[in-house]
Write a protein that binds this ligand. Sequence first.
Ligand code: DC
Length: 226
Amino acid sequence: MIIPRVITIDGPAGSGKSTLGANLATQLGYIYFDTGIMYRALTLAVIEANCDPHDAVAVTQLAEQSEISVHAPTQNDGRQYTIMLDGRDVTWDIRQQSVEKTVSIAAAHPSVRQILRARQRAIGMQGNVVMVGRDIGSIVIPEAPLKIFLDVSIAERARRRVDELTARGESIDEAQLTESIRVRDERDRHVMQPAVDAVHINGDTDTPAQTLAHVLQLVANCPALR
Ligand code: DC
């Protein structure tokens, strides 16, 4: 069995896995690959094509046809990377509310997941990649030598988001936010598949910097990543 130099990070929305993944990749000189962008870009294609996200055949066809790619940032506007959908920059469009609401429906079709997982696997197996998602350690790259499952309670995720918004001068009702995180977790529940051999990290108590230090220690102790 080929053991690729891949670190997988799975976990729920808002757990800080993207920040952890991006920082870890920078520290190690690896590529950072957030697999959620593929489901988001496909969902944008579904919305723009006026396609019913529940229609497995139509969504699968779009998944087959759509060219989704990730590149180094092409603009200095705060983006971590540039996402292209059929030759168009959709980096910010995939974050819009309509995508947010629809993505878990489009992502649920097994035939869609099969197509996107195969593309994700092809990228991961090239090695030197930190891959972030929901099912990466369990299904996409089960042979990855280091798998992390980053979990943070709903209350803590809500608290962090409130802090973030407050710092930006925006106000939000914490109870409402907590409920929306709960609903989002519920929608993603069927795609969330932690690997049985993942190292579970509870991000409630540690700061992002402590979590990064913890994972760097795990990397240092992992012979296959040396
Ligand atoms: O991580 P995110 O919020 O950008 O993910 C967007 C959606 O894609 C979310 O509904 C979960 C789904 N997703 C998935 O099904 N499998 C993955 N490997 C990554 C994300």
